[in-house]
Write a protein that binds this ligand. Structure first.
Ligand SMILES: [Zn+2]
Length: 715
């Protein structure tokens, strides 16, 4: 199946604020030959069948990929050459079960490569991307195979299939059609070329971005330039300077990683230094140097437009959206436009507050992009007597983890036990067994907290093994990955409110994977349309700032004192603070994504001017730049498909999540009956039904937008 491997590869390479790997692939149902000395291809005799990370070396991946693709080809040949007439079992299920080794190798490789890459995995990623793309095409464009799928599809009404089986059949047929299986030979040949080129270009985009990100540093030599930055972050910056070999008595280095740059922009009183790091961040991929991404972007947009036209769609967005809840670009713009106006108006009010504050500081200039976060903190302090950093001592990373676990226990009775001896890819990782209230095994959960150069940016979830239930129930193994500030000699890892929120978010994806209860792996867990997949993760964010949840975990890491009521009140009072900025910054990127992908011409654009025009069209104010500018918009350019035409998904999903949390508020936010229904109707169902149908089954009606506007304070 084309989609399986393209999605697996692309989701894992994506450098995302949050992404996860929906990777719908099959796990072995049949006995596997144990013929090779490559640990990736052997049967795993480990606790819970986790990957033997302690025995896998980076050199093992490429040969394992190639051997697994070979095995997959043999399985496909066996389906195609089967002398029996096509049936659901010998064609659709056989396809579903094929490629299990390749799926396993892909899952482990892209998890490790994302979280802890080295030169060898980077080289492997580069080499294997076009090979996987060609492999997918060989299957998706195999005419004999498609004929068999079509034969089964045409008898679908008379086959007496279960709803899940019928859904698998429909999805399989649809993915073949969407991959070009029914096109003429010449069009198919062109499609193969396009796919290969997209795979190579997106790989180059990622590499350039990683170089640009790692190349930049801001060296600070005057302590006064750090302002009120918290001690733990000051120490982290000092250690970074040492690690990078700066020989100075007192100096600090800030990098392009969010736990480093954002606090600097929030707290450094030095405008010139703020500008330097802000520009460094914003110009990545747009410096007219050897890492420039503009030509890649232009070419990718053109190739996507050409590919969509070959498939008979008006543009790439129309092609992508036809397979999502949103269905078409008009529906996406319809949603974005409803929220954009009030959000922009709010951001202009926020700007006025900050401009006044800046003038009070005696600065005779208008507010700029590099001033925004700094004056946000000042206004926050003046209005709510609350500073972002003041919360960190109550959000030590293990305390937040315990809060996430306690919430899962309160809602679903889950139990967590740490497994200190299970193999992992980095010594900082924690591994837990997750059990049901009755003590039965549910899943294994890996947590990888800290930012490091070997880890891509953002936070995400992977499934190292997906749930399925064909010849027995296969339990899932999932990971959560973050870029939290690492502990230093003098301080543990203390999270910001945003970091803590991210923890709850990613754990929501993990729950989606862990609670999966379906038959077929390709429909399990997070294998849903893109604009549905952020819904279970974002739901979890709603609980974090609730007073009764904060009281479950937020205690001072030194004194052990629970978070004072006064701070809880301030957090809740300021919950909608700066939401104009947050919404506008995000939505500008969503509009930019759409602009590239509603292009109906293969004529290449000039990305810098194109982006400027797209932002002028929506009236974006100068002081705010899109959350991702083109040169580092990895969601949409770091893989052949990725989140292209899909960045709107977060706000689409937010309608569902805010409306879902309303259901809890209508009873009790810790109501176990509502939680059980939410688990049963949404979290356990994976992608076995259309998203809207699942939602209606849970809520008894269509989603409403008001809770979202209220949550963001935009109503
Ligand atoms: Zn997410």
């Amino acid at each position: 199946m084309k989609i399986k491997y393209l999605v697996a590869a692309s989701a894992a390479i994506v450098l995302a604020a949050c992404s996860e790997a929906p990777a719908p692939d099959a796990e072995p149902a049949a006995a596997e030959p144990v013929a090779s000395s490559n640990p990736l291809l052997e049967t795993w005799d480990t606790p819970f069948g986790v990957p033997p990370f302690d025995r896998i070396s980076s050199d093992d991946y490429l040969p394992a990929f190639r051997a697994a693709m070979e095995m997959h080809n043999e399985e496909i040949d066996a389906i195609v050459t089967n002398a029996d007439a096509p049936t659901f079992e010998n064609t659709i299920e056989a396809l579903e079960f094929s490629g299990s080794k390749l799926s396993r190798v892909s899952r482990v490789f892209f998890a490790v490569h994302g979280a802890h890459s080295d030169d060898t995995t980077r080289e492997t990623a580069k080499v294997v991307a076009p090979e996987l793309s060609a492999h997918s095409d060989n299957i998706a464009l195999n005419k004999d195979l498609f004929e068999r799928v079509l034969a089964v599809y045409e008898q679908r009404e008379s086959l007496d299939l279960s709803p899940e089986q019928l859904h698998l059949l429909n999805e399989t047929h649809k993915q073949f059609v969407r991959s070009g299986a029914s096109l003429e030979d010449a069009a198919q040949a062109r499609l193969r070329e396009i796919n290969t080129e997209l795979a190579e270009l997106s790989q180059q985009f990622s590499e350039n971005l990683l170089n640009e990100t790692n190349d930049f540093e801001l060296l600070v030599t005057d302590r006064a330039d750090l302002g009120d930055l918290s001690d733990s972050l000051v120490e982290l910056a000092a250690e970074e300077a040492k690690r990078r070999g700066h020989e100075c008595e007192e100096c600090w280095v800030f990098t392009m990683q969010r736990p480093s740059i954002n606090p600097f922009l929030q707290y450094s009183p030095n405008r010139e230094l703020r500008k330097q790091i802000f520009d460094g961040y914003a110009m990545r991929g747009d410096n007219d140097n050897e890492n420039d991404n503009k030509a890649i972007i232009a070419r990718m947009a053109s190739l996507r437009a050409e590919s969509a036209a070959l498939m008979g769609y008006d543009n790439h967005a129309a092609y992508i959206l036809s397979d999502n809840m949103a269905e078409n670009p008009d529906n996406v713009y319809g949603l974005l436009d409803q929220i954009w106006k009030p959000a922009l108006a709010r951001s202009i009010e926020e700007r006025a507050d900050m401009q006044a504050m800046m003038e009070a500081d005696g600065i005779d200039d208008r507010l700029r992009g590099w001033d925004w976060r700094y004056y946000t903190e000042k206004v926050r302090k003046a209005k709510y007597d609350l500073e972002d950093d003041a919360l960190r001592p109550y959000f030590e990373v293990n305390a937040v983890r315990d809060g996430v676990f306690a919430l899962a226990t309160a809602l679903w009775g889950l139990q967590f036990e740490e497994l200190p001896d299970v193999p992992r890819w980095h010594p900082d990782q924690q591994v837990f067994e997750v059990r049901e209230a009755d003590g039965s095994h549910l899943s294994i959960l890996y947590l990888d907290y800290y930012a490091r150069e070997s880890k891509r940016g953002g936070a995400w979830m992977n499934a190292l093994r997906s749930q399925s239930n064909v010849d027995g129930f296969v339990t899932p193994i999932v990971t959560n990955n973050f870029n939290f500030p690492a502990p230093t000699e003098g301080s543990p890892s203390l999270l910001s409110l945003t970091n803590a929120n991210t923890f709850f978010h990613e754990f929501g994806h993990a729950l989606h994977g862990m609670f999966s209860n379906v038959r077929y792996e390709s429909l399990a867990g997070t294998s849903t349309p893109r604009d549905f997949v952020e819904f279970p993760s974002q739901v979890m964010e709603n609980w974090m700032i609730q007073p009764q949840v904060l009281r479950m975990f937020a205690e001072h890491y030194q004194t052990g004192e629970p978070i004072p009521q006064e701070l809880i009140d301030k957090i809740n009072a300021s919950a909608t603070f700066n939401q104009g900025f947050a919404t506008v910054e995000y939505m500008a990127a969503a509009y930019l994504d759409m602009a590239y992908h509603v292009l109906d011409t293969t004529e290449e654009v000039e990305p810098r001017g194109f982006e400027d025009n797209a932002m002028a069209d929506i009236g974006l104010i100068e002081e705010i730049i899109p959350r991702y500018r083109s040169g580092y918009f990895a969601h949409i350019f770091s893989s052949p498909v990725g989140y292209s035409s899909g960045y709107y998904s977060y706000i689409w999903s937010e309608i569902l999540d805010a409306d879902t949390f309303e259901a809890f508020k209508e009873t009790d936010i810790l109501d176990q009956e509502t939680a059980a229904r939410y688990r049963e109707e949404i979290l356990s169902k994976g992608g076995t039904r259309p998203g809207m149908e699942l939602y209606r089954n849970f809520r008894g009606r269509d989603p409403e937008i008001e809770p979202l506007l209220e949550k963001r304070g935009l109503n």
